[in-house]
Design a protein around this ligand. Structure first.
Ligand code: SAT
Ligand code: MN
Length: 585
């Protein structure tokens, strides 16, 4: 009996099974019973443990292999026919050699294990902007996470059978040996092969692998954008809602911004969440850009989540949540640094005993994660299910910069906005293996996620102005400016609402600005600072630019962009030269 009417899918599953030799094949239907069955099986074999079910109903803890707790950019590859199509921003491997190398690892790797076939849909099932995939995996942890993070199971399979196409993703946790770990992408074949890791971005193939690397490649040929962006709705006291998309590198506060709680001073304002990590944007008939969130859940950073820093995330993870790599209290509650619950951890993320908060810490790995349903977020927006997406009025880029970048500035036009995104830089975080806190170029926060040559990607961004005549305003923000002593100059969190308001007022032509060489900055009066606790000096510092520092920055941006060689769009070169000339004037 066949499992699907799609013969290409049936045939591929047969080939994969012949290669990996599982004991059993399970086609996942996405039901709640199926999820519970997987959880029970993982509880029985120790992959999951139960957390305190009174305080945290249906919440479980998973401990990764300590060598497998973050994305591995050094083992992530883009395998296009020619190296130049992957670009200097990616690690390239020739596709035939890549298949050969990774297939040797997949050979027989599922012996004694169950192979799960996981059809999923990225985006609302009924949306023309959505795209489907099938992940084959031997990890029940991955299946359970895919159930929370995507529209998974029968409804996705139905769409695949109707449409006929899907992205193929093959995954095995293998031996979890870091030396036998590869995350390979074949954009020209719309396929992914991932071996040797069970961690989030390496293993939940619908997320970064499909919805960003493969999708960015598809989006280029189809005329849309697949971006590392949150999507939020901002409703004013009159009840009018506007939508903003914002790109920040991993672990730089996208989830916090997407769920922002307005400060006391902003009664009547409301933020609602469409997405916290990925946006697919497409020009609509009215010339505006419309965005969907391809995901259905949050895979968020746990440490630092408290009722004070992110009340809505805190509430989202009180039930039906999978915690990965957090600590545990004596009451068997999940524990993490910055939880601010007055609890004390007794076991750290590796399962080792702790006698105090600092002994054998940190309790939670800095990149420990929660997997939670989007609908538990108290400010979940039902517009997340709108098949047409939401109209975007402002795109915001941002990084983690101690120095240099002001609180906010506005690009002069779309092409300049592309430069602002392309020139982004940020301090590295624990979301990927490697050194933390070093500034690196991270264009559009897509450095680890663009499935093709960045030079072509910049060209694609520039070309959006030919497809749409009502593009969003483009802004750059920095919540992370500090003084010499390391003190943050801007209070951040809920107060960031003031900055969003300024951006939308600019789009409406209602807010004043000072024109500078790098773009428009708020005048001191145009940014609402009523009831804000900030020193005048600090405000002045974050609302101004240092011309010498910026001249050096633009020199570095120019050198970085030129490293892409002859594929760099001439229009982008013109843009950075224009800013350099303005700085020199
Ligand atoms: O590991 S993930 O890629 O899923 C999370 C992140 O780094 O943004
Ligand atoms: Mn991310």
């Amino acid at each position: 009996m066949s499992n699907t009417s799609n013969t290409a899918l049936e045939q591929w599953i047969k080939e994969v099974a012949e290669l990996t030799k599982p004991d059993r094949i399970v086609w996942c239907n996405g039901s709640q019973d199926e999820y519970q069955g997987l959880v029970d099986e993982m509880l029985a074999n120790g992959t999951l443990s139960k957390l305190n079910q009174d305080d945290y109903p249906n919440c479980y803890l998973h401990r990764s292999d300590p060598r497998d707790v973050a994305r591995v950019e050094g083992a992530t590859m883009i395998c296009t026919k020619t190296e130049i199509d992957a670009g200097p921003n990616n690690i390239w491997m020739e596709p035939t050699a890549a298949h050969e190398k990774i297939d040797a690892m997949f050979d027989g790797c599922m012996q004694g294990r169950t192979m799960y076939v996981v059809p999923y849909c990225m985006g609302p099932i009924a949306s023309p902007l959505s795209r489907c995939g099938v992940e084959v995996t031997d990890s029940p942890y991955v299946v359970a996470n895919m159930k929370i993070m995507t529209r998974m199971g029968q409804s996705a399979l139905n769409r695949i059978e109707k449409e006929g196409n899907f992205v193929k993703g093959l995954h095995s946790t293998g031996e979890l040996d870091p030396d036998r770990r590869f995350i390979m992408h074949f954009p020209e074949e719309l396929s992914i092969k991932s071996y040797g890791s069970g961690y989030g971005g390496n293993a939940l193939l619908g997320k970064k692998c499909h919805a960003l690397r493969i999708a960015s490649y598809q989006a280029r040929s189809e005329g849309w954008l697949a971006e590392h962006m949150l999507i939020l709705g901002l409703t004013n006291p009159e009840g009018v809602t506007r939508y903003v998309a914002a790109a920040f590198p991993s672990a730089c506060g996208k989830t916090n911004l997407a769920m922002l709680v307005p400060p006391e001073s902003h009664k009547g304002w409301k933020v609602s969440t469409i997405g916290d990590d990925i946006a697919w944007l497409q020009p609509g008939k009215d010339g505006k850009l419309y965005a969907i969130n391809p995901e259905a859940g949050f895979f968020g950073v746990v440490p630092g989540t408290s009722p004070k820093t992110n009340y809505n995330a805190y509430k989202s993870i009180e039930q039906d949540t999978i915690f990965t790599n957090v600590g545990v209290t004596a009451d068997n509650n999940p524990y993490w640094e910055g939880k601010e619950s007055g609890e004390t951890p007794v076991i750290n993320w590796k399962g080792e005993p702790m006698t105090s908060e600092t002994d054998n810490g940190p309790a939670a790995h800095p990149n420990s994660r929660f997997t939670a349903h989007a609908t538990y977020n108290p400010v979940y927006s039902p517009e997340s299910e709108n098949p047409g997406g939401v109209p975007i009025d402002a795109i915001i880029f941002g990084g983690r910069r101690r120095e240099l970048a002001p609180l906010i500035y506005e690009a002069k036009d779309w092409a300049h906005g592309v430069l602002v995104g392309a020139g982004m830089a940020s301090e590295t975080t624990a979301a990927a293996t490697g050194q933390v806190g070093v500034v690196r170029r991270d264009p559009m926060a897509m450095k680890p996620f663009c499935g093709y040559n960045f030079a072509d990607y910049f060209g694609h961004w520039l070309s959006m102005s030919e497809k749409s005549d009502n593009l969003p305003g483009v802004f750059h923000v920095n919540w992370f400016r500090r003084d010499e002593d390391g003190r943050f100059l801007w209070p951040g969190f809920g107060e960031n609402l003031r900055v969003l308001r300024w951006a939308l007022d600019r789009v409406d032509g209602k807010a004043d600005a000072v024109e500078t060489a790098i773009g428009y900055l708020p005048t001191a009066e145009s940014l609402d600072t009523n009831d804000l606790d900030i020193a005048a000096d600090d405000l002045e510092a974050i609302l101004s630019i240092d011309k010498n520092q910026w001249a050096a920055e633009m020199q570095a941006v120019g050198e970085y962009l030129e490293s892409y060689g002859e594929r760099l769009p001439a229009a982008l070169r013109d843009e950075y030269k224009k800013v350099q000339a303005a700085l020199a004037a």
